[in-house]
Design a protein around this ligand. Structure first.
Ligand code: ADP
Ligand code: ADP
Length: 212
């Protein structure tokens, strides 16, 4: 099963990815997480670090090569879930080519829909536990005492606005790309995380949508 989650920053891709990957027993591949790991390890080029922190998108080649290497690993043999990739049409085209080389294709692309004011609220109050990678929200899903919290540099209000604009300018073009291929499924991302997961499951378990 190869699933792709798309949606603006804050739509709940990371949250849903964790729930869906546990359910289907497939790895989650998040370019954002991979890049933040490289940042922590000190292996991310300075120019990329600056782009990330200010809320811009990295060049396509940089993220495509990450995905190329990661999807070739043995744990991806029976499927995976992509979260945060592709974000541009050239990335989507590169993904198709890379999958075609292995005789694979995407089963479903799930677009999480959330109105912009709610996205801003979700992002500004997002915190993640550095050790476990668990995603929290100061109001909707407060972290437990003792969590080692990280407040992402790009979750500060100025960067949030830039990222939402970048999504509208770049990533929104992906939607017609996948719509034409009849892979796109829109899912209402407002509601409790478990309710959103149920909506996603009802799409992927429908015949012809990848879950059969
Ligand atoms: P969010 O979960 O808020 O949507 P991510 O964690 O996926 O954001 O990504 C964080 C940052 O990493 C992005 O703002 C961008 O700078 C960079 N990044 C992640 N994935 C990509 C991608 N596919 N293309 C370009 N840049 C990316
Ligand atoms: P993305 O990966 O799309 O940027 P996240 O999964 O990191 O989104 O979620 C962004 C923020 O919104 C986090 O603080 C998360 O706890 C919160 N969140 C995610 N899903 C929901 C939901 N269904 N209801 C309320 N808050 C949510």
């Amino acid at each position: 099963m190869i699933l792709v989650l798309v949606g603006p920053p804050g739509a709940g891709k990371g949250t849903q990815a964790k729930l869906l990957c546990a359910r289907f027993n497939i790895p989650q591949i998040s370019t954002g997480d991979m890049l933040r790991e490289a940042k922590r390890a000190g292996t991310l080029e300075k120019r990329y670090l600056d782009i990330m922190d200010s809320g811009g998108l990295l060049p396509d080649e940089a993220v495509i090569s990450l995905i190329d290497r990661r999807t070739a690993e043995p744990d991806c043999a029976s499927g995976f879930l992509l979260d945060g990739f592709p974000r541009t049409v050239p990335q989507a085209e590169a993904l198709d080519q890379l999958l075609a080389r292995g005789g694979k294709r995407i089963d479903a692309v799930l677009q999480l829909d959330v109105p912009r004011p709610l996205l801003e609220e979700r992002l500004i109050h997002r915190r993640t536990d550095k050790r476990s990678g668990q995603i929290y929200h100061l109001v909707y899903n407060p972290p437990p005492p003792g969590a080692e919290l990280e407040h992402r540099a790009d979750d500060r209000p100025e960067a949030v606005a830039r990222r939402l604009d970048a999504y509208e300018a770049m990533t929104a073009a992906l939607l017609p790309f996948y719509e034409e291929k009849k892979l796109l499924h829109r899912v209402d991302g407002v509601g409790k995380p478990e309710e959103v997961t149920q909506r996603v499951l009802s799409v992927v378990s429908r015949p012809g949508s990848g879950g059969e």
